[in-house]
Design a protein around this ligand. Structure first.
Ligand code: CA
Length: 223
């Protein structure tokens, strides 16, 4: 399990982080809303713990933005205020659960397990970046509201990219991973395949996701 905790109160954040780490989960902590949105958009997590009052973008606005990008990641909201309207708003814009402060980390863990379980077979099989999502179970790809048809090789290529967002993947790595063997360095098979994939998932969309790293290979990133 990989959990992103977006919480600016250091004491609370480190309490949560140590509690989740004890479960054997990998935890990333971020202290403001703008960075939180960037990390949540560019990386894959099994769940988000999201504080509402944050410097930069607040938690509700961050969540609204994530859901507008069709991110299916389960989200549990934290709030200092036990405000019913805020709770209702959070759930309406796509939070999976809500925990008023102060809370016990044991309860947070139990609720995280519950929302992750609810989304299993759904979010855990979906890789996303910005408004692009790839469903490993249904073998479907969408960008925004548009369904995109890929060949099985293009699908494998996109799955490889989305499994390591931001990482530069060399032509050697891609040819071994997707085609199962090493092409002659002079060949442009990989470039042609990437160009076709790019034509399908990037053309007519913004931002462009597949980036060329001159002389090395390619990476996928939202900026
Ligand atoms: Ca806060």
């Amino acid at each position: 399990m990989r959990i992103l905790v977006i919480e600016d109160e250091r004491k609370v954040a480190s309490l949560i982080a140590s509690g989740l780490t004890e479960q054997g989960w990998a935890v990333e902590v971020c202290g403001n809303g703008d960075d939180g949105l960037r990390i949540a958009t560019n990386e894959n997590f099994d769940a988000l713990v999201l504080d509402i009052m944050l410097p930069g973008r607040d938690g509700l606005s961050l969540l609204r933005k994530l859901r507008a990008q069709h991110s299916p990641v389960p989200v549990i909201l934290l709030s200092a205020r036990g405000d019913v309207n805020e709770r209702v708003e959070g759930l309406e814009i796509g939070a999976d659960d809500y925990l008023p402060k102060p809370f016990s980390v044991i309860e947070l863990v139990a609720r995280l397990r519950a929302i992750i379980r609810r989304r299993t077979g759904d979010s855990l099989t979906v890789l996303t970046l910005a408004d692009l999502s790839l469903n490993l179970h249904q073998r479907t790809v969408t960008r925004g509201d548009k369904q995109i048809e890929l060949t099985s090789r293009e699908f494998a290529l996109l799955e490889t990219f989305l499994s390591s967002p931001g990482r530069v993947l060399s032509r050697t790595f891609l040819s071994q991973k997707i085609w199962g063997y090493q092409f002659d360095p002079e060949t442009n098979v990989i470039d042609v395949a990437v160009r076709r994939l790019r034509g399908k998932i990037d053309e007519g969309f913004s931002p462009k996701l597949i980036q060329t790293v001159r002389g090395v290979g390619y990476s996928i990133a939202a900026e």
